[in-house]
Design a protein around this ligand. Structure first.
Ligand code: NAP
Length: 189
């Protein structure tokens, strides 16, 4: 799960863990991920939270293996690759469900927003899901067991673009096209 440190991603992680999934909760804010692990630990969803060092990042996980908090910036190919490596080391297998949920929106008139604002929305909402999908497919092709599902969290701003969200609307529309092309390339029914 990308974007697991707040909002929709954090809530979905709670539900998945409660339902017995082994979940890698990823985001940039490791302290928020650690809070989530502690919360799940305290409500009895997991047992014995532990903290370990993997590479240059801090990984917070649990001995029961139902949730693993992994620092990952979706705009960094190195961090995305490292996160998948950490999951493989921890669970010894490729993921069978990957949710690209991390997103940002930098509101403003197109005349007023900066190049950095546009880049932030495009990199996080479009490049990020593309990098995560590439790495997930690579893991699946090199050791996945059966089916791989990729879920992309889009927005109503994709089919219905609105003022003050030009870069966000464009990026989310791009993500929907990315998902459509992946479905064609991998022969989704
Ligand atoms: N809330 C809505 O009404 C709504 C409506 C339509 C679509 N959506 C979409 O739903 C998704 C979740 O939205 P939300 O409302 O839950 O937002 P949110 O509370 O702001 O959470 C965004 C998440 O994305 C992560 N994130 C941002 N940039 C990142 C990066 N470069 N690398 C890794 N993680 C990054 C953040 O974690 P860190 O900052 O810790 O990295 C955070 O966990 C987004 O894709 C959003 O576009 C939301």
């Amino acid at each position: 799960m990308t974007g697991a440190s707040s909002g929709i991603g954090r809530t979905v992680v709670r539900h998945l863990v409660h339902d017995g999934w082994l979940v890698a909760a990823t985001a940039r804010r490791v302290d928020r991920l650690a809070d989530l692990v502690t919360e799940l630990d305290q409500d009895g969803s997991i047992s014995a939270a532990t903290i370990a060092s993997v590479g240059s990042g801090v990984v917070t996980g649990c001995s029961a293996g139902s949730v693993l908090a992994v620092p990952m910036d979706v705009t960094s190919p190195e961090e995305v690759s490292n996160a998948f490596d950490v999951c493989a080391q921890h669970w010894g297998r490729a993921p069978d469900l990957v949710v690209s949920n991390a997103g940002v929106s930098t509101p403003g008139l197109i005349a007023d927003i900066t190049a950095a604002d546009v880049a932030s929305d495009i990199l996080t909402n479009l490049l990020g899901p593309a990098l995560v999908a590439q790495r997930a497919l690579s893991a699946w092709q090199n050791g996945g067991c059966g089916r791989l599902d990729l879920i992309f969290v889009s927005s109503d701003a994709a089919p219905h673009p609105r003022p003050f969200q030009a870069a966000y609307s464009a990026a989310k529309q791009g993500t929907e096209q990315l998902a459509a092309v992946l479905a064609m390339e991998y022969d989704h029914p």
